[in-house]
Design a protein around this ligand. Structure first.
Ligand code: S3P
Length: 169
């Protein structure tokens, strides 16, 4: 089993590191949010606004459950790895890697991000959500700092940790 799943809070760098890692490995990148958006024909922001958070959570579970195995880099939204069934499934089909990143850095990145995030709110609420979620993120198989180094450097660190070799180009 060589799939790698990146988990962690919004702004931890899952998408950027996921791209760098998939590129180095020559593996497909599967972004759960993007997959849901494609299937739904609307953005995550619109899904939350029009159908509510619980509908989105249900889609996360559904799409995760339909994932084929095999080599891939999987990146999941910050709330996906906070549900027992999802955590168990992700840890079964992949090596999960928590991109650990201080809330201050996540908030900085989020405030300069072009992506509209439905749960992005005031710093106190975000910090509470972050604290609440740490216990879930800690259940990832590996923990890597998401604020130390460029996405390419963090991808290299993950490859070393999991003993994965770069694709020969
Ligand atoms: C969410 C994180 C988002 C996205 C949705 C909900 C969350 O993904 O799935 O807005 O609950 O933390 P990112 O972590 O990629 O921002």
């Amino acid at each position: 089993m060589d799939a790698v799943c990146l988990v962690g809070f919004m702004g931890a760098g899952k998408t950027a590191v996921g791209r760098a890692l998939a590129d180095r490995l020559g593996w497909p990148l599967y972004d759960l949010d993007e997959e849901i958006e494609t299937r739904e024909g609307r953005s995550v922001y619109e899904i939350f606004a029009e159908s509510g958070e619980s509908y989105f959570r249900q889609k996360e579970r559904e799409v995760l459950g339909q994932l084929a195995g095999g080599n891939m880099v999987l990146s999941v939204g910050g709330g996906a790895f906070t549900v027992d069934d999802n955590i168990n499934l992700i840890n079964k089909i992949s090596s999960s890697v928590w991109l650990r990143c201080p809330i201050e850095i996540c908030l900085q990145r989020l405030s300069s991000s072009a992506i509209k995030r439905p749960l992005f709110s005031d710093p106190t609420q975000m910090a509470n959500l972050y604290q609440h979620r740490l216990k879930y993120y800690k259940r990832a198989n590996h923990h890597v700092d998401g604020d130390k180094g460029t996405p390419a450097e963090i991808a290299s660190e993950i490859m070393e940790l999991l003993d994965l070799k770069a694709e020969q180009k």
